[in-house]
Design a protein around this ligand. Structure first.
Ligand SMILES: *[C@@H]1O[C@H](CO)[C@@H](O)[C@H](O)[C@H]1NC(C)=O
Ligand SMILES: *[C@@H]1O[C@H](CO)[C@@H](O)[C@H](O)[C@H]1NC(C)=O
Length: 490
């Protein structure tokens, strides 16, 4: 009796009965989803709550903003260093919010943790935008920080705050923060109305600031932001992205007109196939294509046409493909931290496929017909590669599967935690950990690294940061993908 009961339980846990077929999923997407969200706890800056699950991390940067009398405690470290770069942090927050909007209902008990991850970002952004016409865009001198290998908990490098203003604008960062606040306001609308209203009000204010005082933070802050998160693609895309999210959040025609009036910027940039922390165009087109579902009032072209072009620039079988694949099938773009492209582009394809399938549309790339199920299958193939279906049988997510990266380019993960080594480790005191060939003493569970090279090889070397560094913007879109594949095994 006990035995057969257990057996039934096992079948329901691991197999999904789909019609008369029994599909055995290749991967445990549920486990990967939980871990992909847990990773954000490892990147937290500030005072950690009692609910913190990644307990080897401790409070850090508790005085951010003190020297100018502004509370800037909180937010996320972007990657393996200890600077708070608000430009990629805002993009990661926007993508976490979009993940929840598309896939939150598939997340089960992890939804709560995903909401916590978003709020960790938005609480900080409310602080970073608390003074009208001033937006904090970064905390921490990036040269001082990058010169040291130190746990965030020990940091003694200058925590300089950097801001943009009317006279020294930064439309890309401000508009991306507005996008993050607007997208998150929709997420919280169902479970925390006052918070949602606060986020939306602030999003509108910050967007107005970004739009009214136009300029790039490149020019306002120069070497403090370049070459770190330099804005290569200009700020027009973030202004449209901010407007697109404000349109989604408010349904106001003001933002729709803004988008239509600014289409020429997208057309002239020719960047409709790009999507990441720097360039938002493909995301804008996919996001606005949801309006197809509403029919009638919206003339979704050319956004929808651009979204189709984006798809045709990605898919391997498309005659107008504009990017490469490794022999093992991994989407690959040069420039480092490749997995950011893999997850962000796959997320867009999944989202677009679901919009298109609602209106029974297919895409034509030359004479190749692309159906929504094909887009979903493609995205799933990329996710499966990340989780271990690749020539090395290597999972690129820390703590998932048996064979995963052990030597991250990540200061916190690579140095003994305060639990094991309570003495202060100074700037250069961490160098032996950096050079060490030993595995990380702390598991940064759920972190997805930059990933293999275009030949599917992975060195697992802490020094090779293009491969071994995790980032928040690799994981944020993956959260939405994993939640979908957890409940849709095909
Ligand atoms: C920002 O600086 C980079 C590097 O100098 C440059 O390539 C890019 O065009 C600049 N972006 C803007 C919007 O000025
Ligand atoms: C990966 O796994 C497959 C199937 O189990 C096996 O045939 C192959 O040899 C493995 N490759 C490596 C590099 O371990």
């Amino acid at each position: 009796m006990g035995g057969s009961f257990l057996c039934l339980f096992v079948i329901f846990m691991f197999n999904v009965v789909w019609g008369d077929r029994v599909i055995v999923p290749k991967h445990d997407y549920s486990d990967a989803l939980s871990k992909s969200i847990l990773f954000f706890e490892g990147q937290r800056s500030g005072k950690l709550p009692y609910t913190q699950r990644m307990t080897w991390r401790k409070d850090s940067a508790l005085h951010d903003g003190d020297q100018i009398g502004v509370d800037l405690v909180g937010g996320y470290y972007d990657a393996g260093d200890n600077v708070k770069f608000n430009f990629p942090m805002a993009f990661s927050t926007t993508m976490l919010a979009w993940s929840v909007l598309e896939s939150g209902r598939f997340m089960g008990p992890d939804l709560k943790h995903a909401l916590d991850a978003i709020r960790w970002g938005t609480d900080y952004f409310l602080k970073a935008t608390s003074i009208p016409d001033l937006v904090f865009v970064q905390v921490g001198d990036p040269y001082g920080d990058h010169n040291c290998w130190q746990r965030p908990e020990d940091m003694d490098t200058p925590r300089t705050p950097y801001a943009v203003s009317k006279d020294h604008p930064g439309s890309e960062v401000a508009a991306e923060i507005a996008a993050a606040l607007a997208a998150s306001s929709i997420v919280f609308r169902t479970n925390d109305v006052p918070y949602s209203i606060t986020l939306l009000r602030r999003a509108i204010e910050v967007f107005n600031f970004a739009d009214k005082y136009r300029g790039s933070y490149n020019d306002s802050l120069g070497p403090w932001v370049c070459p770190f998160y330099c804005d290569y693609s200009g700020y027009q895309d973030e202004l449209m992205w901010g407007a697109a999210w404000l349109h989604r959040a408010t349904n106001s025609q003001v933002y729709w007109r803004y988008l239509v009036q600014n289409i020429h910027n997208m057309e002239s940039s020719g960047n409709y196939a790009e999507f990441g922390w720097d360039s938002k165009y493909a995301g804008i087109n996919v996001l606005l294509s949801k309006l197809l579902l509403l029919g009638g009032g919206y003339h979704v072209d050319p956004f929808h046409t651009f979204a189709d072009k984006f798809v045709c620039s990605v898919l391997p079988e498309s005659p107008t493909r504009g990017l490469d694949y490794s022999p093992g099938g991994l989407l690959f773009k040069p420039g480092g931290s490749n997995m950011q492209h893999t997850t962000a582009l796959s997320f867009l394809l999944l989202v677009y496929a679901r919009y298109l399938s609602h209106v029974n549309k297919v895409i034509r790339c030359g004479n190749v017909v692309v159906t929504p199920p094909r887009l979903i299958q493609f995205a799933k193939g990329q996710v499966d590669y990340i989780l271990g279906s690749n020539p090395l049988n290597m999972s690129y997510m820390v703590g998932y599967g048996k064979n995963f990266p052990r030597k991250l380019h990540h200061r916190g993960a690579s140095i003994q935690s305060l639990d094991r080594h309570s003495d202060h480790i100074d700037c250069k005191g961490g160098s032996p950990y950096y050079s060490s060939n030993n595995p990380d003493p702390n598991l940064l569970t759920g972190a997805v690294v930059g990933g293999p090279d275009i030949h599917d090889s992975y060195a697992d070397s802490r020094q090779l940061f293009v491969q071994s560094e995790p980032t928040t913007y690799i994981n944020a879109p993956l959260v939405g993908l994993l939640a979908y594949f957890k409940t849709h095994p095909v």
